[in-house]
Design a protein around this ligand. Structure first.
Ligand code: NAD
Length: 264
């Protein structure tokens, strides 16, 4: 086939529906010639993911819950069986109890802290470990992060702490896997209204705030994150690893934000 991603095969984890960031990346990959595989988390998402896979011509690997290592093992075994090797993996997975994505961070419970770190941080390392032996011609691993890792954002709380750990872990992974020409990067996306985002307190306000304060005066779309994802997943970024790219309408560079937005 033709295109930036021609001849590349990869796994995309985290499609819940057609508003998922993972779907935006999946669409961009397929449009540029990649062959992709998708996982879904449990039966509830199966009926959403299957028609999207059909539309994208994607291989549905099956159920994967990143807290169950046996399901992760099964996914990579199935990919080895089907393709022998892979070129890329997208990890667009995070979770925290919605009751703790509001109010004060200091109230975080130990149980939810550990669960949030397990699903949102450790899972990327667990994925990298299993992808490594299948990336025999080198490869690209991509995860999704948020500015709440760098600066305190209202309501983001334990998820901000998890994203900071995710960004640190990608640097360690970049060093561990670099000798095999496996690159590890992240996109720090601006706020987008997805299923996961709907759990965050005052999310509509956060969207408006970003619209008002970002250099581009708007929020970003999953298509835009998808197109930026192509850079990391293709050979265009072959000299880049350990990087976090902000796809956020430039919001992160603005030091003096407005006191209030007139239309909020
Ligand atoms: P989404 O709800 O569409 O996707 C989240 C995905 O995580 C779902 O597919 C869900 O099935 C999966 N997931 C959760 N727990 C899991 C588990 N135990 N095992 C396997 N899968 C599990 O939301 P999204 O906004 O597209 O989120 C994708 C990524 O983008 C997340 O890492 C999120 O933190 C990040 N992100 C989102 C935004 C935003 O504003 N939406 C901004 C920056 C970063």
């Amino acid at each position: 086939g033709q295109g930036l991603m021609a001849g590349k095969r990869g796994l995309i984890m985290g499609v819940a529906n057609n508003r998922s960031i993972a779907y935006g990346i999946a669409k961009a990959c397929v449009d540029h010639g990649a062959e992709i595989a998708l996982t879904y988390q449990g039966e509830a998402f199966r009926k959403r993911v299957e028609p999207l896979a059909e539309e994208l011509g994607a291989f549905v690997v099956g159920h994967c819950d990143v807290t169950e290592m046996a399901t992760l093992d099964a996914v990579f075994d199935a990919l080895k069986e089907k393709w022998g090797k892979i070129d890329f993996v997208v990890h667009a997975i995070a979770f925290s109890d919605k009751d703790e994505l509001t109010g004060r961070y200091v109230e975080t419970t130990r149980d939810n802290f550990l669960r949030t770190m397990d699903i949102s941080v450790y899972s990327f390392t667990a994925v990298a470990k299993r992808a490594e032996p299948l990336m025999t011609d080198g490869g690209s691993l991509l995860t999704l992060t948020y500015y709440g890792a760098e600066k305190v954002m209202p309501h983001y709380n334990v998820m901000g702490v998890a994203k900071a750990a995710l960004e640190a872990s990608l640097q360690y992974l970049a060093v561990d896997l670099g000798a095999k020409n496996i690159r590890v990067n992240a996109i720090s996306a601006g706020p987008i209204k997805t299923l996961a985002a709907s759990g965050i307190g005052d999310f509509r306000y956060i969207l408006k705030w970003n619209e008002y304060n970002s250099p581009l005066k708007r929020t970003v779309t999953i298509e835009e994150v998808g197109d930026s994802g192509l850079y990391f997943l293709s050979d265009l970024s072959r000299g880049v690893t350990g990087e976090v790219l902000h796809v956020d309408s430039g919001y992160h560079v603005v030091g003096m934000k407005a006191v209030d937005a007139p239309d909020i």
